[in-house]
Design a binder for this molecule. Sequence first.
Ligand SMILES: Cc1cc2nc3c(=O)[nH]c(=O)nc-3n(C[C@H](O)[C@H](O)[C@H](O)COP(=O)(O)OP(=O)(O)OC[C@H]3O[C@@H](n4cnc5c(N)ncnc54)[C@H](O)[C@@H]3O)c2cc1C
Length: 404
Amino acid sequence: MRSRAPRHLARPGTAREIHGCWGIPRLFGRGTTRMCDVVVIGGGVIGLSIAYELAESGLSVRLLEQGQIGQEASWAGAGILPPGNPDWARTAEARLRAASAQLWPQWAEKLESQTGINTGYVRCGGLEVRLGSPPSELAEEAEGWRAEQVAIEVLSPDDVRERFPGVSADVTAAYYLPDLAQVRNPWLLTALRTACVQHGVELFTGCPVTSLERNGERVHTARTPGGDFSASHFVIAAGAWSRELIQQAGWRLDVQPVRGQIVLLERLPLPFPCVVQSGTRYVVPRRDGRILVGSTEEHVGYDKRNTSAAVSELLAFATSISPELREARFNRAWAGLRPYVNQGRPFIGCIPTLTNVCVATGHYRAGLQLSPITAVLIRQLITGEPVSLPHDCHRYGTHHDRVS
Ligand SMILES: Cc1cc2nc3c(=O)[nH]c(=O)nc-3n(C[C@H](O)[C@H](O)[C@H](O)COP(=O)(O)OP(=O)(O)OC[C@H]3O[C@@H](n4cnc5c(N)ncnc54)[C@H](O)[C@@H]3O)c2cc1C
C-alpha cells in the first residue's frame, strides 16, 4: 500500500471514540463492518503511537482496545528514556534505542503542539550508581556509552557528594548521562489518544478481539463480541496479551507477562533533579514532587497485585539511594505487566507467513522509549516505504514456526 497525502485533521464532532463494542452493529449495520486501511489491536503506547503515525500519513485507522485506552503496562511504567547516538550505535539493540532517542524531542514537541497536552518530556539527566562496589564495576558500561559517543561523565564519590548532595554518601561508583530524558507516561498517553482522535482514528474501547479470521495468506477480519472489523492490514500491538492473537494468525511468538511493581512517594524539594539508577532499580523524580521507585521483574503470570515483600524492598532501595526519602510521604504502589519475548528484545515486523499482518510487541522494559521508532517502522512496513533500520534491529531471532 502506498502512502496517501495527509488528510486534514478531523473536525470536532466527526472524530470518534466509542466505548463498548456492543453498539457496533448500530453504527455500521449488522454483519461485517466497513473496511478501513488498518486495524490496530491494543491501545497501549505501542498501539496508539502506531495508529497516530499511520493516520498522520493519510491512512484510515481503527484501534480496538479490550479495556480502557492506556491503562496497562504503558500507564504503569516509569517513563525513563535513555540517550543514544545513531551514528555510532553498533549493536542491533543500541541502534534501535538510538534511533528512538533521536526521534523523541520532535515526537514530543509535535504531540504537544497538535494537542496542547504536555507530555512531560524533559531532558533531566541520569545518574547510574553503585553502593559499596568498586568503580571498576561500572567501567565497562561507561566504555559502552563512550564508544557510542553519548555524552557521559564518570564521577568520583566526592563528585557525587558535591553535585548531588541528596544522593547517599555511600555511593562508591557513578557516571552521569546528561542526555537521559523522562516522559510522564499517563500524560503521553492522553496526548496520543487526543492526537489519534484529531487525526480521525476511530478508537473502540471495551472491545476485545477474540479471533482473527484468515483466508490463505491474509487475515481479513478481526472478530469482537460486538461485531467484525475488516481491513487491508492488521497490527497486533496487544502487549503482554499478544501471544494468543499471534497464534490465531497462524504464527508463534512466545510473549510472556513480567510483572513490575512501582512505589510512589512524594517530597518537595526533590532530593535530586535527575533519574538515579542502580542496575534494574531506579528512583525517578517528577518536577511536581512525585517520586517513582521501581521496579521488580517477576514471572507470575497475569497477576497485577502488589506484594509487601516487593514494596518493602523498593522502599529500602529508595532510602539507600537517598536517606532524605525516609521523610517522604508514601502515596501508593502499583504494578504493570511488561510484554517479554526473546531476552527482552521487541519484535517489530511482519508475520512472515502472512501478507498483511504486522506485530509490534515484546518491548519489555523499553516500550515507552521505543514507541516513536516502533511507529515509524510499522508505518514504513505497511506503506511499502524503505525501512530505516536493518532487519536484525527490530526482528530478533528466528520466529518462523508456523502453528497451522
Ligand atoms: C513498572 C514498569 C516500569 C516501566 N518503566 C519503563 C521505562 O521507564 N521506560 C520504558 O521505556 N518502558 C518502561 N516500561 C515498559 C513499558 O511500559 C512497556 O514496554 C510498554 O508499556 C508496552 O506497551 P504496549 O502498548 O505493548 O503494552 P500495554 O501498555 O500493556 O498495552 C497493550 C494493550 O493491548 C490491549 N489488549 C490486549 N489484548 C487485546 C485484545 N485481544 N483485544 C483488544 N485489546 C487488547 C490491552 O488491554 C492493553 O491496553 C515499564 C513497565 C513497567 C510495568
